[in-house]
Design a protein around this ligand. Structure first.
Ligand code: FAD
Length: 296
């Protein structure tokens, strides 16, 4: 009997299902691997629309990203999406990664330029025989693999974009190249997310844009992360967390409350789903999920 082809993420969302998803990164050692698989198993019962696995800086996790997404496809009930970047790869390298992914049953790819080898905020380094932008990577993917392609979007604009208009023109170019959905960088304010959606729609971008969520469980580490994209934590958030700086449990609980309110506000305002940056742990994500007013 002929097997039914699994629906790609783009199609699932287009057909009107609210998407919720969890993002993981390839671990560096055995302890990290155990933690990752514990998180995956603890989140599986929530029946996410998909789970994604990042691609490390400089293409360093090429084999582990492929191995983890392949194992998710093989051993779990979840739909995996592999991130893929242009960093340090020729087009031939990209073709070979795509072949490994599709041969392992992975049918969804998040196409990214990728963080430069020097880390976020350092200059882009082209690779001879490679591509320089996510939109060009999508073309390579579409020519070489039958997969649903997602892309990155930025609620406050990409750190290197000349303007918010240029930023959304890039998103439009990614849609035109074949992207079927977008996932955003961590959203700090619901209004930033709605602003991005409004700019996108005004520029002919009609693909679903899924907001990215990460709760603030430690103000200083989150501030450092946000500063890498030259953004700032919103004052109204800092005002709620600052008084709890010496109360670890209290700060954590408030961070979860803030993220839960943000999720509810975005879903209320029409977001097509939520994408959780889990950092390979399940607890905070489960707490937010269970606290949501709106059932996803
Ligand atoms: P692009 O769309 O290529 O844009 C990069 C820059 O070039 C932008 O400033 C854009 O304005 C500009 N630009 C684009 N096209 C053109 C053009 N034609 N002409 C001139 N300028 C142009 N990084 C990783 O290394 N691994 C990951 O797994 C990973 N996962 C991510 C997941 C999500 C959901 C998000 C939001 C980001 C992720 N990143 C990851 C980070 C991402 O790779 C960086 O933010 C990167 O700097 C931008 O990627 P992009 O795909 O948006 O690039």
């Amino acid at each position: 009997m002929e097997q039914e082809t699994p629906r790609g993420i783009g199609q699932i969302i287009r057909e009107g299902e609210r998407s919720f998803s969890f993002e993981f990164f390839p671990p560096k050692d055995e302890a990290g691997e155990a933690q990752l698989w514990q998180a995956i198993r603890e989140l599986e019962p929530y029946r996410p629309t998909f789970v994604s696995v990042t691609y490390g800086a400089g293409g360093t996790t090429r084999d582990t990203t492929v191995a983890i997404t392949a194992r998710i496809a093989r051993e779990t009930t979840m739909v995996p999406m592999a991130h893929l970047t242009c960093v340090g790869h020729t087009v031939d390298d990209l073709r070979s990664v795509l072949t490994s992914l599709t041969e392992s049953g992975v049918r969804n790819v998040l196409a990214l330029r990728g963080d430069p080898p020097g880390g976020p905020g350092t200059p882009w380094e082209p690779t001879e025989g490679g591509v320089n932008y996510a939109s060009e990577l999508i073309t390579v993917i579409k020519q070489n693999a039958d997969v649903s392609v997602g892309v990155a979007a930025f609620p406050e604009g990409h750190v290197d974009a000349a303007s918010l208009d240029d930023d959304v023109a890039v998103l439009r170019a990614k849609q035109d190249a074949g992207a079927e959905f977008a996932v955003t960088e961590m959203v700090l304010r619901a209004s930033d997310y709605f602003g991005l959606v409004e700019r996108a729609r005004a520029n002919g971008v009609d693909i679903p844009i899924i907001p990215g969520i990460m709760p603030i469980l430690n103000i200083n580490s989150m501030r450092r992360m946000v500063e890498l994209s030259r953004r700032e934590l919103p004052t109204e958030v800092v005002d709620r967390l600052r008084p709890l700086e010496d109360d670890k449990a209290g700060l954590r609980a408030e961070g979860i409350r803030i993220a839960t309110e943000l999720c509810d506000a975005m879903l209320d305002g029409g977001a097509p789903g939520l994408h959780f940056y889990t950092l390979n742990r399940s607890k905070a994500t489960r707490e937010i999920f269970e606290g949501l007013r709106i059932t996803v």
